[in-house]
Ligand binder design. Structure first.
Ligand SMILES: Cc1cc2nc3c(=O)[nH]c(=O)nc-3n(C[C@H](O)[C@H](O)[C@H](O)COP(=O)(O)OP(=O)(O)OC[C@H]3O[C@@H](n4cnc5c(N)ncnc54)[C@H](O)[C@@H]3O)c2cc1C
Length: 258
């Protein structure tokens, strides 16, 4: 099986700042691009003059336009590009991959994440209004209108000294009764700790959660971003659980630091 993802040329049609740290980019072009329909689907984005991809959630794909909500942090390959006027720029997008897969009997969703997880959490909540949805979001900006109103949201203050409180908050969760699905994304080292907690303390079956390392705390630009797509496809083809696949993704990214 080929692990090379299909690629699509796109042009930035609009750039709309949503908050101090979040910029919406609306892309057109994209001949042949198709959404998987799974609400946490992501694409690779290659910006002008670069060969490396960074990964972004498909906030929406509608009438041929692909919307990505991009976090701008201190430094970074996409960050620095998205901070300036990039309307009219040509970019490359890879075919979407997705992970969200709640069990058929789920009655609730618990979504936890930082700013990078907001696009996926918003789209998941919009897509599944039939489920009681709890969100725990640790974000630096006021994004109160960003999530659908049926979601019951706990907003956490952003970390002051760079240390996120998300892991601690998850360890103290009062879990909803009945069958449900836990979805979380954020900084990789924290996500590893959360997976251990879910496995060892909460004893959630791996089919009932997804915990994804969306970015890695390193100094300066990431040495090389690892594409989660091939790892995902190969893992699925080999019958691995989401848990195993995302742990392998973390390990692959750690290997690029060496
Ligand atoms: C499946 C998936 C879906 C994702 N969806 C989204 C999305 O919808 N929106 C989105 O904005 N991001 C999303 N991300 C995260 C995004 O790919 C990373 O944050 C990426 O590193 C940003 O690239 P960059 O070029 O701006 O910074 P890089 O060049 O990759 O990194 C530069 C520096 O910034 C630090 N850094 C990287 N990301 C962050 C961050 N988020 N906060 C603080 N410091 C950071 C790094 O540690 C490094 O020191 C997703 C990631 C994955 C794997």
């Amino acid at each position: 099986m080929s692990t090379r993802a299909a690629q699509f040329q796109a042009t930035v049609r609009r750039r709309e700042p949503l908050a101090d740290h979040l910029v919406r980019l609306v892309l057109g072009g994209l001949d042949g691009f198709e959404s998987s329909g799974v609400p946490d689907e992501w694409v690779g984005l290659v910006v002008p003059g670069q060969f490396q991809s960074r990964y972004y959630t498909v906030r929406s794909f509608d009438a041929g336009e692909l919307t990505l909500d991009v976090v701008v942090h201190d430094v970074g390959l996409v960050t620095e590009w998205a901070m300036r006027d990039c309307v009219g720029d040509s970019v490359v997008i890879t075919e979407p991959k997705a992970s969200f897969d709640p069990p058929a009997g789920a009655t609730w969703l618990l979504l936890v994440g930082d700013l990078t997880a907001m696009p996926a959490m918003a789209r998941i909540a919009e897509t599944r209004p039939d489920l009681t949805t709890y969100v725990i979001a640790e974000v630096p900006d006021d994004l109160s209108g960003y999530l659908p109103t049926h979601a019951q949201v706990t907003w956490l203050e952003p970390p002051s000294a760079g240390q996120s409180a998300l892991a601690e908050v998850v360890e103290g969760i009062d879990w909803p009764a009945g069958e449900g699905y836990f979805w979380m994304a954020g900084e990789s080292a924290q996500m590893r700790a959360i997976r251990k907690h879910l496995m060892r303390e909460v004893r959630l079956p791996t089919s009932h959660y997804d915990v994804m390392g969306y970015w890695r705390a390193t100094a300066g630009r990431q040495p090389r971003a690892v594409d989660p797509g091939p790892i995902w496809r190969a893992g699925k083809a080999a019958g691995k659980s989401d848990e195993q696949i995302w742990a392998e993704y973390d390990a692959a990214r750690e290997a690029t630091d060496g």
